[in-house]
Design a protein. Structure first.
Length: 469
């Protein structure tokens, strides 16, 4: 049992009162626009921010130029993400000069770095509102202060705030995200996330189940559970001991839910129980995102990842043996300080050995305040660039070979969208194992689960024909 962290209902109700007052004032006459950077966690936060804005009487703007309230929800995991935000906020200066009523806000992970938030506050006096990830639920109060003429900067770092009952405006109508935990305790030596998102804390399993039941009643059938390290989920509810596989089991029983996905799994905490849950629970998708970061045990140790190359490969074997048809995706960093040609070669051979269906690859980026930032022997930009290119080539080569096995097979696709192509309208969606499939079809199929036979392999995806509804 873990300690429960929850914002009191009285505090949530106070914010709701302020939101209701604002709503009476604004009454749909003003529009908001949110620009989101970073990971799914941030996208989902933006859905909550949208929920609060609508509670306060704002309506969604179709673009930035027609908005009365513009918010940038930022990411700081790599340096270029940060630079882009400074550029894009700066570009709003003219719009603000033309419309003094315009409210400009900057929030998210980057604003949890105090020095960066203060720099932004000083450099751009036309920014009205700055807040981090920890006290988002206080947005009605912050917004009300801004409307009353104040500049607001809220950089709270209290790790104990889990706010339940925030309204959410979800982007999709059949597939959506649900937070199961916040923060991270792992302190991988390259990573800023634990410093900005705070300590690990899990939501109550009862709150999670209630939320998913409501989503099912609204017609959502695919749920992605979000956390920086879902494998260390543990419900804080007194008297019960629900871990991540236990949570999956409970969600698997919810009527109307067809697919359960989750992000992200740290290899050091991937348990036999989770593999068993993936093998036996019918709604849990046959896909795991298992970031390896490097194929060299020496670099993994420097990264503070707490597993070895061999340990990772053994996990992959166990997953493949126990969960037939599973596909694995990953994250990889090249050019971590001290990475030699030999270390990098270990990453290439690991990619070939695992056979990932997708790999998100990054050049190491120095993050102030992390251990790796002050390590000697940083790798040059030129070498990082070269390694990234070689790694991406290696991923594509391996992928092409592996995709061949799909030709002549059938699978169920959840249709996500439709593209106009030279050969007509093509519907696309994903198999349970996260592989993308294209097939002739139109918008009417979106949201449906359909059987498709695979005829062709493309670079990152498969092509097929509809078999039955
Ligand atoms: N909690 C998740 C995701 C964290 S951020 C996890 O542990 O996997 C997503 C990815 O960004 C990481 O997996 C890592 O590959 C990459 N990343 C994090 N910090 C980085 C840095 N300083 N430079 C380059 N890539 C980084
Ligand atoms: Fe960053 Fe590591 Fe935590 Fe992932 S597990 S968020 S990479 S510190
Ligand atoms: Fe996500 Fe970027 Fe924050 S990756 S957790 S939005 S630093």
């Amino acid at each position: 049992m873990k300690k429960e962290f929850k914002v009191s209902q009285a505090d949530i109700l106070l914010q709701k009162d302020i939101a209701d007052q604002l709503s009476g004032l604004i009454c749909g006459t003003k529009k908001y626009y949110i620009q989101t950077y970073g990971c799914q966690m941030n996208s989902h936060d933006s859905e909550k921010i949208a929920g609060i804005f609508e509670q306060c009487g704002f309506v969604k703007a179709s673009d930035k130029t027609s908005a009365d309230l513009i918010v940038f929800n930022t990411c700081c995991v790599r340096e270029h993400a940060e630079l882009r935000v400074f550029g894009n906020v700066g570009a709003l200066r003219t719009q603000k000069e033309e419309n003094h009523e315009l409210i400009i806000g900057v929030c998210g992970c980057m604003m949890q770095q105090e020095d960066v938030a203060k720099k932004l506050y000083k450099r751009y006096p036309f920014v009205d509102l700055i807040f981090g990830t920890h006290e988002m639920y206080k947005l009605p109060e912050m917004l009300s202060n801004v409307i009353n003429g104040q500049r607001v900067i809220n950089l709270a770092k209290n790790d104990d705030d889990i706010a339940e009952g925030i309204p959410v405006i979800r982007n999709g109508s059949f597939s959506t995200n649900v937070n199961i935990m916040y923060g991270c305790n792992n302190f991988c030596s390259y990573c800023i996330v634990p410093y900005v998102r705070g300590r690990e804390r899990s939501r109550s399993h009862k709150d999670i189940i209630d939320e998913i039941r409501q989503l099912s009643a609204l017609g959502y059938t695919e749920i992605t559970l979000l956390g920086q390290n879902v494998n260390s989920y543990r419900s804080p509810d007194a008297g019960e001991s629900i871990d991540f596989p236990g949570l999956l089991k409970l969600i698997n029983e919810i009527d109307g839910i067809e697919r359960i996905r989750f992000l992200t799994s740290h290899p050091k905490d991937l348990s036999h129980r989770l593999i068993e849950a993936m093998a036996t629970l019918d709604k849990v998708c046959k896909h795991i995102h298992l970031p390896v970061q490097s194929g060299s045990t020496r670099i993994l140790d420097e990264m503070n990842r707490k597993y070895t190359r061999e340990g990772y490969l053994a996990l992959v074997d166990e997953l493949k043996k126990n969960v037939p048809g599973i596909e694995i995706t990953t994250d990889i960093i090249v050019g971590f300080p001290g990475e030699t040609d030999e270390d990098f070669n270990d990453t290439l051979t690991l990619v070939e050995a695992v056979g990932y269906s997708a790999a998100y690859t990054f050049k190491y980026s120095k993050r102030k305040g992390t251990k790796a930032a002050v390590m000697q022997n940083q790798v040059s930009e030129e070498v990082k660039k070269q390694r990234l290119r070689r790694l991406n080539d290696c991923v594509v080569m391996t992928l092409k070979m592996l995709n061949e096995k799909y030709i002549g097979t059938r699978g169920v696709v959840l249709v996500e969208g439709c593209d106009d192509t030279r050969s007509g309208k093509m519907a696309f969606g994903k198999l349970s194992n996260f592989k993308t499939v294209y097939f002739p079809g139109d918008e009417s199929l979106i949201g449906q689960y359909l059987v498709v036979s695979i005829d062709e392999v493309m670079n990152n995806s498969l092509k097929g024909t509809l078999v039955s509804k």
